[in-house]
Design a protein around this ligand. Sequence first.
Ligand code: GLN
Length: 228
Amino acid sequence: KAGEEAAAGGTILMATNAEFEPWEFHDGDAIVGIDPEIAGAIAEKLGMELKVEDMAFDAIIPSVASGKCDFAMAGMTVNPERAASVDFTDTYASSSLVILVKADNTEITGEDTLAGHVVGAQLGTTGDTTASDICGDDKVERYNTFFEAVQSLKQGKIDAVLLDKAPANVFLSQNDDLKQAGEELGKEEYAIAVKKGNTELLEKLNAAIAELKEDGTIDEIVNKYIPA
Ligand code: GLN
């Protein structure tokens, strides 16, 4: 049945940046993580076959806005700047930014002590824009991936990295020489982006998200990757 539906419904193409464990990351040739799994469950509900296209984070919104991809799911935070170019579904998860520093750093103790320091982030993320707001544009080092930002931090080239909490925890679990400085910054909400005006797809996605929230599927997938 599912196979017939997939054939009948065609394919749906998702844009992501698979450099953001646990939300999306590479496992061999496969792209896995919370977002691909939720997207898979959504595609099944729509009777469509999911295809995932990996690209740089800052290429995602243009690819959806131009119609090259049908939707974007990339641990993407809803904000007014993005909402000017794409439409967002209802939110399906929440997050917050955290500051990573070297374990022996005593100067950066939280958001209020970040100014004056050089902060790294992945290009085009909320870590990038928030760091720019706090420290000034010229104090932000931008990288293609958060992995590269973290390497740069470990090498002492920058003072901190500003990124989403769950990926930060993955880096912390793999790097004894790093720690989180202070509290989490303000709350962010993740949603799926579609081409502006594509209300037909937006409504289908919202209906699927509502069902997957209601029946516990989304919680189950999130908890699998982010143990409470
Ligand atoms: N949540 C952040 C943002 O939307 C980071 C997303 C990411 O790097 N995949 O900008």
